[in-house]
Design a protein around this ligand. Structure first.
Ligand code: A5P
Length: 239
């Protein structure tokens, strides 16, 4: 395992050990950090450290990996309320605002995060930024029919939208939509940007996650840093 993967795995293990209890209904994220967390979760289910955990996956890729690892799955129709969701991120700012979606799954990820009583992020320290938009483009998911219009309207709002491609064709999300990776210079009011994006016809979801994450487990060379609010004590726990 590379050094970077070892750090990602440490972040996932810390989140599992401090946040996940037997019997929980979990939202399971997408991306390389989340994939390493899934392996650690499967190990805890196999050796009995955790029992009766059911996951709602945020992508077809995560669902497939869970099936390979033997992690029990449910749909949101079966489990519309979750105890906790754990996911990676592309950028994390000091107030736990996030950019997500470089893996193309932010639509389902935001739904699952908001279906959970608590949402926590796992990442390596390279994801920490002073200001959102410093490194990552903002992925915006649009329905294919609307794409030319949405693209023009986004440009009118000061974004530079770039259609995400795979193999020379538009990238297609799990929900059958296209992605516009959007950049801009002025990121001074993320809440206003989020509201403007949501109002553009054809936009299904954007990758700004504001006031959704309650904690972040960030792996760095010295260990794992926990930012945000600590996990609530489990019933019966000794303070
Ligand atoms: C998936 O759509 C994204 O939101 C991921 O959570 C994000 O890209 C983090 O991925 P890595 O853990 O691979 O960096």
């Amino acid at each position: 395992m590379s050094g970077a993967d070892a750090e990602k795995r440490l972040a996932g293990e810390a989140a599992l050990d401090r946040e996940v209890r037997t019997g929980m209904r979990l939202g399971l994220g997408t991306g390389s950090t989340a994939a390493l967390m899934l392996e650690a979760l499967a190990e805890r289910l196999a050796d009995g450290r955790l029992r009766d955990v059911t996951g709602v996956p945020t992508s077809e890729a995560t669902a497939e990996r869970c099936r390979q690892l033997g992690i029990p799955l449910a749909t949101l129709a079966e489990l519309p309320e979750l105890d906790l969701a754990i996911d990676g991120a592309d950028e994390i700012d000091p107030s736990l605002g996030l950019i997500k979606g470089l893996g193309g799954a932010h639509l389902r990820e935001k739904v699952v995060a908001c279906a959970a009583a608590r949402f926590v992020v796992i990442a390596d320290a390279g994801k920490l930024v002073r200001r959102l938009g410093d490194h990552a483009p903002l992925p915006v998911e649009v329905i294919p029919f609307a794409r030319p219009v949405s693209t023009r309207l986004l440009a009118g709002l000061g974004w530079e939208p770039e259609l995400r491609l795979r193999g020379g064709a538009p990238y297609v999300t799990d929900e059958g939509n296209h992605l516009l990776d959007c950049r801009r210079d002025d990121w001074s009011h993320p809440e206003r940007l989020a509201a403007e994006l949501q109002a553009v016809p054809g936009v299904v979801e954007h990758g700004l996650f504001l006031d959704i994450a309650r904690a972040a487990y960030v792996a760095e060379t010295g260990g794992v840093l926990m930012l945000g609010d600590a996990a609530p004590a489990s019933p019966g726990a000794v303070p």
